[in-house]
Design a protein around this ligand. Structure first.
Ligand code: UD1
Length: 518
């Protein structure tokens, strides 16, 4: 099987029988246990060797949601089954009645959604991840109804769902948002504290502008408790329509693509996301019998079909994990190779690393070698400026680990986060290691170092997925010991990060911390 290219092909009904594992339920580690785990890194370290890149988290979440559209079974290869986000998505599908078999060793998952008998997925699992919200599209399209919790995911800014809601309405859905608020709870909207009771029309308006969460008065029950209720307004099913996205949201584009692929008639979506994950989804939908045109451009034309059938597909490599390991090589001034990887998906990062002075060599179609070893780089790596933007721009998910690298480069660099409005939470933790960074709004000015060993170990806390991995990268070059708590966030998006880094020569250990250490 080719590992560099993603592919999807129709799956013959009942043709696949995966070996049953002893326990077909994927174990879900509780947040409490993961919260108690820490990573201890002793630096500075140099890496060497080869690292295998796992299947894409974001593609997997979306493709798993898309299985809800298909009759018969879907077989997904190269799924990052070790990620807690994948486990949460599988629990969401299971809570709807989907049958799931998986072969952990081969990273294969067989999903059959023919027995889905509910349209309301488990609220607790929905709160854990952003991608769970995607199921609203396929549930509405295939079953005409959906009741889903407002999504969770990283706290990196106001992450409304207004584009999903307005887009689904354009396809003939009636959508409303409800909240359950108890007298002892307070509603937090962005950074504003609202009255405990608010009118229904207010809640919907606010869901359009902000991430909602409700906190209990003892501050232990942080939870989002909003629900989105949707059904096809005509009682028959969705209908094709036109919708222009104000911002090319990845999740909204994917959700609307899935909904439109079974709507009656033609749908035109404009200003859509062009991310590779959108192309992966279009390929999957087309191989399931849908007609999706234009993926990768800013306009999609979708001819709805009344039935889609299961297919087989390969989840492409995770471009964000690949980029993170390239940055790990750069920050540790090392030489490593990575595969499988699609270099064209990382061209922005490759360009920046070349400006810094790294050597990047394409060894074959799907392997990259990244070198920042002093013999290959005549002087210290140079800083560069970064502005995040939707694909093909610099990925926002690589902004935090890139900032970690910039703290070790010479000169000063400007990092501008333009996709999410609160994605600089890692700055305070990097400062604890001795990094010099000034923040103004969504922009950070990073003062680099003349020598790379200026960071020193400290006790840190990961507050989100990509911010957490930035701390790991900084810990690899900080003098002494760096201990990072909150690593459950990292396990959401990096499979075996500590093991992969150990294999490259890093001194990194995972352990359960005593409560007082956290
Ligand atoms: C996806 C990725 C995430 C990545 C992000 C941007 C998944 C599971 N996650 O997240 O890793 O960082 O793309 O590349 O695929 N927005 C609205 N209204 C909406 C939806 C989004 O205003 O209805 C705004 C968001 O607040 C944000 C921006 O659009 O400022 C981008 O968000 P979006 O592209 O939707 O990100 P996600 O799909 O959540």
């Amino acid at each position: 099987m080719a590992t560099s290219l993603c592919y999807a092909k129709p799956l013959k009904p009942f043709s696949l029988r995966l070996p049953q594992t002893q326990n077909p339920q994927i174990p879900t580690q509780t947040t409490q246990i993961r919260e108690a785990e820490t990573l201890t890194i002793t630096g500075p370290t140099q890496l060497s060797g080869h690292v295998p890149i796992s299947g894409s988290k974001n593609s997997s979440l979306c493709l798993l949601a898309a299985t809800l559209l298909c009759s018969n079974s879907c077989l997904l290869h190269n799924v990052p089954t070790g990620l807690s986000d994948t486990k949460a998505m599988l629990s969401i599908l299971r809570s709807l009645g989907a049958k799931i078999e998986f072969n952990e060793r081969n990273k294969e998952i067989l999903v059959n959604t023919d027995g889905v008998g509910r349209v309301e997925p488990c609220l607790e699992e929905m709160r854990k991840i952003r991608g769970g919200f995607f199921v609203i599209g396929p549930l509405l399209a295939r079953f005409g109804e959906a009741v889903v919790g407002l999504p969770g995911g990283c706290d990196i800014g106001e992450r409304p769902v207004d584009l999903y809601v307005r887009g689904l309405r354009a396809l003939g859905a009636a959508v409303e948002i409800t909240f359950k608020i108890f007298p002892w709870q307070f509603l937090i909207c962005g950074n504003r504290l609202c009255k405990p009771t608010i009118s229904h029309s207010n809640t919907e308006k606010m869901a359009g502008i902000a991430n909602f969460c409700i906190i209990t008065s003892d501050d232990t029950g942080l939870q989002r408790d909003g629900r989105v209720l949707a059904h096809s307004a005509n009682g028959k099913g969705l209908v094709g329509g036109s919708f222009h996205l104000d911002f090319p949201s990845v999740g909204a584009t994917e959700t609307l693509m899935m909904a439109a692929s079974m709507a009656d008639g033609v749908t035109v979506l404009s200003n859509v996301a062009k991310e590779p994950e959108v192309i992966d989804l279009a390929r999957f939908l087309n191989d399931s019998g849908a007609c999706v045109y234009g993926a990768g451009s800013d306009k999609l034309l979708i001819k709805g079909k009344c039935q889609l059938r299961g297919c087989e597909c390969y989840v492409p490599p995770d471009r964000i994990e690949a980029g993170t390991f390239m940055l790990a090589a750069a920050i540790t001034r090392s030489l490593i190779s990575i595969s499988p990887v699609t270099p064209s998906h990382l061209s922005c990062l490759i360009d920046k690393l070349k400006i810094a002075g790294c050597k990047i060599t394409r060894c074959n179609n799907d392997t990259l070698e990244v070198s920042a070893i002093p013999e290959n780089v005549c002087e210290n790596l140079r800083g560069f400026n970064v502005r995040t933007s939707p694909f093909p721009g610099f990925p926002t998910d690589l902004q935090p680990p890139t900032m970690a690298l910039l703290t070790t480069c010479s000169g000063s660099s400007i990092v501008e986060e333009s996709v999410f409005d609160r994605r600089l939470g890692h700055v305070r933790e990097l400062q604890k290691l001795g990094a010099k960074i000034q923040v103004c709004g969504s922009t950070a000015l990073v003062f680099g170092r003349e020598t790379r060993s200026a960071l020193h170990g400290s006790q840190l806390r990961a507050a989100d997925l990509r911010g957490g991995v930035a701390l790991v990268l900084a810990g690899l070059v900080a003098e002494g010991t760096t201990q990072i708590s909150g690593i459950g966030h990292i396990g959401r998006g990096y499979e075996n990060l500590d093991t992969k880094l150990q294999f490259l020569g890093a001194d990194i250990k995972r352990s359960i911390a005593m409560a007082s250490q956290l």
